[in-house]
Design a protein around this ligand. Structure first.
Ligand code: AMP
Ligand code: GLY
Length: 423
């Protein structure tokens, strides 16, 4: 079949790598893609925000199946537009994508479906929010309701920090995303990313992973899109995973179906493993970035067959198998990220790193300048290694990264520390 993948990040390179390896894939197009995805298929310069252009591309290129990577086109209804044009699509409708597009929507759903999550309240005025805040005290978590590119959550250690976050959001610091604010109980525990596939009726587990959101070694400094990840997450034991399915994922799928907004796609649950068990921090309605870069290399079951099973409503009789191996990825980012950074610096040695056994280098913000690979974004490369254990994958990924010569980039030196120190 002809497949169109939407997106241009490291997640999409990993998806393109797995999709193009499937015997079911005759031709893979990526819109708009990056130099890494160009090695797996054909990049086409179509803007995912232009739904009519995507639909026209599907007709022109006889696309049988569309896979949507990022959240922004999902929340904007790209899956609906493609489905309305009669093309099969992996990714939720705009109605179902509210699970990521609106924190208040998800919190209300948790309340109705009795899903374990932090206690919360919603506010549209700063005065009411501040009064609630002073009653609850710190630590406490302040969240903008809408999509804010990962900048919409402030985990406030002090009341002052919480008050500043409220002021920033209601003064329009995050645009429309901050017009409504959710104030949430601070949850203590270890955080894991859990991925489940849903066909609208049934859900099955896919994999667990752990991200590293802070920019600096030892988990310090500002939040980023993610500086590295590994899979599986040892903290999510089989017993806890079953609890996550029973107490969080299945009730969500049932509640969405009951609302008339069945969820078809991958449900990415950010879970806090608290003393009382797993609690939902947030949902994303798509694969994680950089989590996908460590999940795809672990998939034994064909990715195209898996995603089609979700679209066709047959996950109940489907089984996803993973290799019993660990994968770990280290993100290389441009100096200055997540603040201001320069684009266009030369990167050498990627081919040498990628030539190592059990190493994959996924591109994110890269571009070609003539024959040269240059940086073209904040997060630029994902150096991924596969090995029997997380500790070995960690060593192997760092051996590979040393072959990459990019003076204007940096990376964390401790990706995987939590799993390696404990297990
Ligand atoms: P989110 O964008 O919702 O994933 O939030 C960003 C990060 O803030 C999460 O990955 C957590 O580390 C942290 N966080 C969010 N909500 C809570 C909470 N209720 N308690 C503790 N930490 C939280
Ligand atoms: N790695 C976190 C995310 O994809 O949102």
């Amino acid at each position: 079949m002809n497949i169109l993948l939407i997106g241009s990040g490291g997640r999409e390179h990993a998806l393109a790598w797995a999709l193009s390896a499937s015997p079911l894939c005759d031709r893979l197009l990526i819109a708009p893609g990056n130099p890494g995805t160009a090695e797996c298929g054909e990049n086409v310069p179509v803007d995912p925000a232009d739904h009519a252009a995507v639909v026209a591309l599907c007709a022109r290129e006889k696309i049988d199946f569309v896979v949507i990577g990022p959240e922004v086109p999902l929340v904007a209804g790209l899956a609906d537009a493609v489905r309305a044009a009669g093309v099969k699509v992996f990714g939720p409708s705009a109605a179902a994508a509210q699970l990521e597009g609106s924190k208040a929507f998800t919190k209300e759903l948790c309340k109705v479906a009795n899903i374990p999550t932090g206690a919360f309240a919603r506010f549209t005025s700063a005065d009411d929010a501040l009064a609630y805040l002073r009653e609850k005290g710190a630590p406490i978590v302040i969240k903008a309701d809408g999509l804010a590119g990962g900048k919409g959550v402030v985990v406030a250690a002090s009341l002052k920090e919480a008050e500043d976050a409220i002021a920033m959001m209601f003064e329009g610091g995050l645009g429309a995303a901050g017009a409504e604010v959710v104030i949430e109980e601070f949850l203590e525990g270890e955080e894991v990313s859990f991925f489940a596939l849903s066909d609208g009726h049934t859900a099955i587990p896919l994999a667990s992973a752990q991200d590293h959101k802070r920019v600096g070694d030892g988990d310090v400094g500002p939040n980023t899109g993610g500086m590295g990840a590994y899979s599986p997450a040892p903290a999510l034991t089989p017993e806890l995973q079953q609890r996550a399915m029973d107490e969080i994922i299945h009730p969500t799928v049932a509640a969405m179906k009951a609302k008339g907004a069945p969820f078809v796609g991958v449900l990415f649950a950010g879970l806090m493993l608290t003393r009382e068990g797993p609690k939902l921090i947030e949902y994303n309605v798509r694969f994680g970035d950089p989590e996908t870069q460590v999940i795809m290399p672990r998939m034994k079951t064909d990715l195209v067959a898996t995603l089609l099973a979700a679209c066709d409503g047959v996950l109940g009789s489907f089984d996803v198998r993973l290799w019993d191996k660990a994968a770990l990825t280290v993100v290389m980012a441009a100096n200055g990220y997540p603040g201001d950074y320069r684009k266009g610096s030369t990167i050498r040695g990627v081919a040498d790193a990628a030539a190592l056994d059990d190493v994959l280098v996924f591109h994110a913000g890269t571009a070609m300048k003539g024959d040269e690979l240059v940086s073209n974004g904040g997060r630029v490369l994902n150096v991924t290694a596969i090995a029997p254990t997380i500790a070995e994958a960690q060593k192997h990924a760092y051996d590979a990264i040393r072959l990459i010569d990019w003076p204007e980039g940096f990376y964390r030196r401790d990706i995987g520390w939590r799993a390696v120190s404990k297990h």
